[in-house]
Design a protein around this ligand. Sequence first.
Ligand code: TYD
Length: 218
Amino acid sequence: MSGIFISFEGIDGAGKSTHIDGLADAFQRQGRAVTLTREPGGTPLAEQLRKMVLNDAMDPMTEALLVFAARRDHVQQVIQPALNRGDVVLCDRFSDATFAYQGAGRGFDWQILAQLENWVQGMAVDGNSTDSPQTLLKPHLTLWFDLPAHVAAERLSVARVADRFEAQPQKFFEKVAGGYARRLDEDPSRFARINADQDPRAVWQGVLGCMQSRGYLP
Ligand code: TYD
């Protein structure tokens, strides 16, 4: 069985987490091995970088370089090996988050992010060498949980202590959502846009329907 790589995206407060867990169960019930992971993070090194990115003050370029450094380790240590084994990889955020948050949100150069993406995710077929033929590792499918920034802000206001991103004003998240929309426009066949401004059961039906229409779940 060949591996499937699915990423989950959306502004903070979009409510993707429970659906990721639900999908892990659904795939496991089909007898699939599931690798459940997240970004920034997913390896000991990348989880250390996550703590810095979420808590320490830094400029947008440093932020972008740290999330891509974390991603490089994650792809090599976890994602690529899991896909090679034939796992379903469910990843809570991936590169689209960098374009949305560091690109659209912070205003860091989109083309430089695209170069970093090519560099970091340009995996040689053997997973190592930079001079053998390269393929760009990208999710097969990205679920974008889309909801208006003011609804997300209301949801977050009743939640926990905010990190550096959650503490941003609504305007920032409007820009981030614009970044996701731009990524969708650049690669529409990879994306499924889920209306996250509904009750969780309706959102779950949207998620499931998308898996079924792509033939990933019966
Ligand atoms: P999130 O995935 O929302 O986790 P939790 O539910 O535990 O808060 O938090 C990760 C944060 O990191 C989120 O605010 C988006 C941000 N982020 C970036 O800015 N760039 C990136 O490339 C990634 C992967 C995440």
